[in-house]
Design a protein around this ligand. Sequence first.
Ligand code: SAH
Length: 323
Amino acid sequence: MERLDAFMARANTAYYAAQDPFADFTTAPEISQVFGELLGLWAAMQWQAMGAPSPVILAEAGPGRGTLMADALRAIRRMVPDFAAALQLHLVENSPRLRTVQAAKLPGAIWHDTLDTLPRGPLLLLANEFLDALPIRQFVRRGSGWAERYVADGAFTEQPAAALDRAADDGEVVEVDEVAITLTTALAERIAAQGGAALFIDYGPATSAPGDSLQALRGGTAANPLADPGSADLTAHVDFAALAQAARSVGAAVHGPLPQGLFLARLGLFQRTGALARTQQPATASRLLESAKRLAEPDQMGRLFKVLAVCHPALPLPAGFSE
Ligand code: SAH
């Protein structure tokens, strides 16, 4: 018997070490180069608002194939060369396999297993679809008390749990993103003390609500999350409200969560895509425009995906978060 978070940690470590995740799912930076470009320029704007410190750490958590950061760096070099000259690139990635893929695209980067070993100093951090892969705990309301979910022989089993301060009806599941909350709290403390800003993009509701969001994707289709650990990507919705509260409680400023579509549109997704499309053949141009819509349309990735910024309290409201 294994507690759900231990099971999920073991399954995902095995999965990312051995499988090509991008055979099972796709992500925003793989859909359009404009996604990484806009995030790179967002980081450059925060750097300018911070007073252009040099050196500065530009970090990404869970860089996947390195596509987001490669697109970000290309845009930064072209538009804000002073930032390109000042930045030191650090990647937080625990899959040796994906580190090899990232190294081919991002020469000169320094890798870390966790955010804790990033060097001291002002930090700009980007993370797309990183938090959803972190282990969660699940509790079930049983009468006037609570039980916690464990995994045994490919099925859930329950153990009595301590009282939990969450609203739920009898039999309902609530999720606690313990690892993500711990990580966000430490990051927010660091940003409040040493300066910087972090941008998290992931999927989940804007306010905490009961519900079992654990899911497995294998070959692009939903699979049983408890079967064959390591053969499928396990994710859960990110509890942005809990992360925002955790970051604020240690003195960071928090902006969002905001729907991804609104954020990207404000940063110029459609203008940049249009400019790029005009330089391309018609087939490529229409593919680019379709990709932008996929990222921004509410019924595609535009609403379910949210953007949350954790910033030093002295920084002005970051780009994309103002009207
Ligand atoms: N950001 C990329 C990849 C998302 S997949 C994109 O948008 O395409 C999740 C990424 O997080 C992978 O690179 C995976 O190896 C990494 N990852 C997952 N759990 C991790 C953990 N606990 N520590 C460090 N990296 C992790």
